[in-house]
Design a protein around this ligand. Structure first.
Ligand code: NAP
Length: 481
C-alpha cells in the first residue's frame, strides 16, 4: 500500500532539512495498519550537529528584545491556525484520534504560541530592598541556553508547542525529539517554523531511535535543560543519564487520576465530565480519569449513567465523520488495557457496557468504551495507568476512605472531585496529593494554568507564567556604587 502522505526528511538542523539518504522510520496508521509516511532516523552526528547549531544560535537569539522574539511566535500562531485542517489530518493519520479532536489539539497547541508571545513581554525581575543607600539588589531571570524537548505520541502536536513556545520566547534555543510513532506532526510544525523565518539553529528537529537521540541529548554538556513528557519509566532513565551533565530535567510524566463522586453531586454533570475525561483520545491522555470512586449509595445509579454515555460513543477510523473514539496507538496498548480488564473481571468486576471490539473492527486495534463496576480497590486497573477506554467504578463508604484510596498511589498528576458541598470541595480538594484538582469538571489543560504533577508524576509545569519560568534561571545582581 502506497504511503498516504508524502514523506518528509524528519531532520531539521541549523535552518535546513537533511537526511534524504538516511534509513527511514516508517509511520503507520493505527486505524488501518497502512503506511502513512516515513522520516529519516537521526545519527548521533545529526543530533550533535543539532545541539551545536542550537548552541551557536543562542547568543544572538537570547540577545533579541523580547518583542522581536514575540513577532516570530505570532507569525507561527497565525500559520498553525490557518493550516489547522491539514495539520489535523496528519495527526489523525499517524495517531488515530478523531479528526475533530485532532483539530482541537492543533488549535490548543497554537494557543501556547500566542500566550507566550504575550507573556514574554511582561516584567520578569524584581528590585529587592537594599542594605545601604549605595546598594541595589536585583533578581532577574535569564534563559538557560540549549533545551532538549522530548515528547510523547498521544499529543504529537500540542506537546511540542507547549514546550517550544515558552522555551524560545524566553530566549533559549531548542532541539526537539518527537515520538517515533508520530513524527509527521512534528515535521509539519517545523515546516511552519521554517517558513516564519526563525533564525537558523533556534529550533531543530531530530526524529529517530530513542537510544541514539536520547543518548546524545542526555550526554551533551551544551544541553542545559531537558524538558520531557512521557512515561515515568523513561523519565527515570533520563534523570539518571542527565546526572552526568547536571542539566536541569523537567518531567511531565504519567498519572493514575482518581475521581471522587459523592452522593450529593450532580450525577449527570459528573457522568458527562468523566465520560469526556475517560474516552477522549481513547483514554490515552495523561490526565484521563483512571479510577472512579463513587459513594456506595449511588454507585449503581452512577454506573448506569456512565454506561449510557459510553454506549453512545461511536468507535471507528478517526477520519470518518461522526466517529468519537478512534483506535488505540498499537497492539501492545490494546493488550495492556485488556490485561487490566481481565484482571478486574477475574476479581469479581462486572462489565456494564463494552468489553470488546465493535462488530467488524480489528480487536487488536479498537476497543469499545467500557464501564466496569464492583471493581475491588486492589485491582490492577485501579493501581496502574491503564491508558485506554475502560472506566472502573469502585464504591466507597465515607470521605476518609475515598481520600485514602485516591491518594494511595505513587503518582500525583490530576484528580477530579464531584460534590455540591463547598466545604467538602475545599477540604478534599486541598487534601488530594495531586498537582491539579478539578472540582465538578473534567478538563484541566488551559493555556493560562500551571499543568503538571507532584510525586511520581514529575515536577514540571507547563502553561501560564509557570511554563515560562520553567525555562529560565534566576540571576541575582548586587550593585554597590
Ligand atoms: P514514553 O515511552 O516515555 O516516550 C516519550 C518520549 O521519550 C518519546 O519521544 C520516546 O521516543 C522518548 N524516549 C524513550 N526512551 C528514551 C530514552 N532512553 N532517552 C530519551 N528519550 C526516550 O511515553 P509515551 O508512551 O510516548 O507516552 C505516554 C506517556 O506519556 C504516558 O505515561 C502519559 O501519561 C505520559 N504523558 C504525560 C503528559 C503530562 O503532561 N504529564 C502528557 C502526555 C503524556 P520513542 O517514541 O522513539 O520511543
Amino acid at each position: 500500500m502506497a504511503p498516504e502522505l508524502s514523506s518528509g526528511t524528519g531532520l531539521y538542523i541549523d535552518g535546513a532539512w537533511r537526511g534524504q539518504s538516511h534509513p527511514g522510520l516508517d509511520v503507520f496508521n493505527p486505524a488501518t495498519g497502512h503506511l502513512v509516511g516515513s522520516v529519516a532516523a537521526a545519527t548521533k552526528q545529526d543530533v550533535d550537529d543539532a545541539i551545536g547549531a542550537a548552541a551557536r544560535a543562542f547568543p544572538d537569539w537570547s540577545g533579541l528584545a523580547p518583542d522581536q522574539r514575540s513577532g516570530f511566535l505570532r507569525s507561527a500562531y497565525q500559520q498553525v491556525v490557518s493550516r489547522s485542517h491539514e495539520l489535523a489530518r496528519i495527526l489523525t493519520l499517524e495517531q488515530g484520534k478523531p479528526i475533530a479532536e485532532a483539530e482541537g489539539e492543533v488549535l490548543w497547541g497554537a494557543e501556547f504560541l500566542l500566550w507566550y508571545a504575550e507573556e514574554i513581554r511582561r516584567p520578569w525581575g524584581e528590585i529587592l530592598a537594599s542594605n545601604s543607600a549605595n546598594q541595589r539588589l536585583i533578581a532577574r531571570r535569564r534563559p538557560r541556553g540549549v533545551v532538549a524537548c522530548i515528547t510523547p505520541w498521544n499529543f504529537p502536536s500540542s506537546m511540542i508547542l507547549r514546550k517550544v513556545a515558552p522555551a524560545i520566547a524566553a530566549g533559549n534555543t531548542v532541539v526537539v525529539k518527537p515520538a517515533e510513532q508520530t513524527p509527521l506532526s512534528a515535521v509539519a510544525l517545523f515546516e511552519i517554523l521554517h517558513e516564519v523565518g526563525l533564525p537558523a539553529g533556534v529550533v531543530n528537529l531530530v526524529c529517530g531511535e530513542p537510544d541514539v537521540v536520547g543518548g546524545a541529548l542526555t550526554s551533551s554538556r551544551h544541553v542545559r535543560q531537558i524538558s520531557f513528557t512521557g512515561s515515568a519509566e523513561v523519565g527515570r532513565i533520563i534523570v539518571e543519564k542527565a546526572a552526568s551533565t547536571m542539566a536541569k530535567v523537567s518531567l511531565e510524566l504519567g498519572g493514575s487520576a482518581p475521581a471522587l463522586v459523592f452522593a450529593d453531586a450532580d450525577l449527570d454533570l459528573a457522568a458527562d465530565k468523566l465520560s469526556f475525561s475517560k474516552f477522549q483520545a481513547s483514554g490515552q491522555t495523561c490526565i484521563a480519569v483512571n479510577r472512579i470512586y463513587v459513594e456506595r449509595s449511588i454507585a449503581d445509579e452512577f454506573g448506569l449513567l456512565l454506561a449510557k454515555r459510553a454506549a453512545g460513543r461511536r468507535v471507528g477510523n478517526g477520519l470518518d465523520e461522526g466517529v468519537d473514539v478512534g483506535p488505540l496507538i498499537d497492539r501492545k496498548a490494546v493488550s495492556k488495557v485488556r490485561s487490566h480488564l481481565d484482571d478486574a473481571i477475574s476479581r469479581g468486576a462486572r462489565v456494564l457496557v463494552g468489553g470488546g471490539a465493535p462488530e467488524g473492527f480489528d480487536p487488536d486495534r479498537f476497543l469499545d468504551p467500557t464501564v466496569v463496576v464492583d471493581v475491588p480497590p486492589d485491582a490492577l486497573i485501579a493501581r496502574e495507568e491503564t491508558f485506554g477506554p475502560v472506566a472502573p467504578i469502585i464504591a466507597f463508604d465515607d470521605e476518609r476512605e475515598a481520600l485514602e484510596l485516591a491518594n494511595g498511589t505513587e503518582y500525583g498528576l490530576a484528580a477530579y472531585l464531584f460534590t455540591r458541598d463547598l466545604g467538602r470541595a475545599y477540604r478534599i480538594g486541598e487534601s488530594l496529593d495531586f498537582g491539579m484538582v478539578a472540582v465538578n469538571d473534567g478538563a484541566l489543560g488551559w493555556v493560562q494554568a500551571p499543568f503538571g504533577g507532584i510525586k511520581g508524576s514529575g515536577d514540571g509545569r507547563e502553561g501560564g507564567r509557570w511554563g515560562l519560568e520553567e525555562f529560565l534561571d534566576v540571576q541575582y545582581l548586587s550593585f554597590n556604587f
